[in-house]
Design a protein around this ligand. Structure first.
Ligand SMILES: NC(=O)c1ccc[n+]([C@@H]2O[C@H](COP(=O)([O-])OP(=O)(O)OC[C@H]3O[C@@H](n4cnc5c(N)ncnc54)[C@H](OP(=O)(O)O)[C@@H]3O)[C@@H](O)[C@H]2O)c1
Length: 195
């Protein structure tokens, strides 16, 4: 049974991914978030909820114990958050990290320059890419609430294709990596729907 720690579990994507993982895998989930009263535990046999801040090293390391995969769904000061996550993973010998970033961090979107808006995403991606962990960075296009699972992946160095992607599609990609943890190791994947 795979144990997955979801950081920033109240996030709009994390909520969809949590349900998707419950429906499509047998993984046991630990939801880590600030102000935990925002989430109800609908599946207590498979879900554990921990209230904590990712910048609280002690709490984060406690949550990491026994985990197989960390899925970071964060926002804000992402460089500091990434440093904290990597440090806690190393301290607890957890190797597999799925880290949500954004399209545009390598100026890979044809005709678009996002500039400083993406600085926290660029800086955190660099922390993850040089971490020595078994990471996968995910660079999604704009999120939609569409009920389709339809996506194309691009790799680092490729031009980004498309502009948007459903939260369900990103959840499907995360679920595939949870089921097959060796998938897309040390990769930075763009994800969007191209039709
Ligand atoms: N929306 C889009 O179209 C789009 C496109 C590409 C990429 N992205 C990026 O993809 C990521 C995930 O998206 P999302 O919609 O799920 O984001 P979100 O709803 O903003 O969720 C991010 C979560 O991170 C949590 N967080 C921030 N700092 C934290 C800390 N120090 N400790 C613990 N938790 C912390 C926040 O917790 P609190 O609720 O407690 O603040 C929030 O719940 C974001 O970085 C987003 O910018 C979004």
């Amino acid at each position: 049974m795979t144990n997955v720690l979801i950081l920033g579990a109240a996030g709009s994507l994390a909520r969809v991914a949590t349900q998707y993982l419950l429906d499509n895998s047998e993984a046991r989930l630990t939801l880590y978030l600030r102000r935990a009263e925002r989430l109800k535990n609908h599946a207590p046999s498979r879900v554990n909820i921990i209230e904590g801040d990712v910048l609280d090293s002690r709490c984060l390391e406690g949550a990491m114990v026994g985990q197989d995969i960390v899925y970071a769904n964060l926002a804000g000061n992402m460089q500091e958050q990434a440093v904290s996550v990597v440090k806690a993973m190393k301290a607890t010998a957890v190797k597999r990290l799925i880290f949500i970033s954004s399209m545009g961090i390598y100026d890979e979107v044809p005709g678009e320059k996002y500039g400083n808006i993406l600085a926290p995403y660029r800086e955190s991606a660099e922390v993850v890419e040089y971490s020595g962990l078994d990471y996968t960075l995910i660079r999604p296009g704009w999120f939609t609430n569409s009920s389709d699972v339809d996506y194309t992946l691009t790799h680092k160095g490729d031009p980004f294709q498309g502009t948007s992607v459903s939260r369900l599609s990103i959840s499907d990609l995360i679920n595939r990596m949870v089921m097959t943890p060796d998938l897309y190791l040390h990769e930075s994947l763009g994800i969007s729907r191209i039709k």
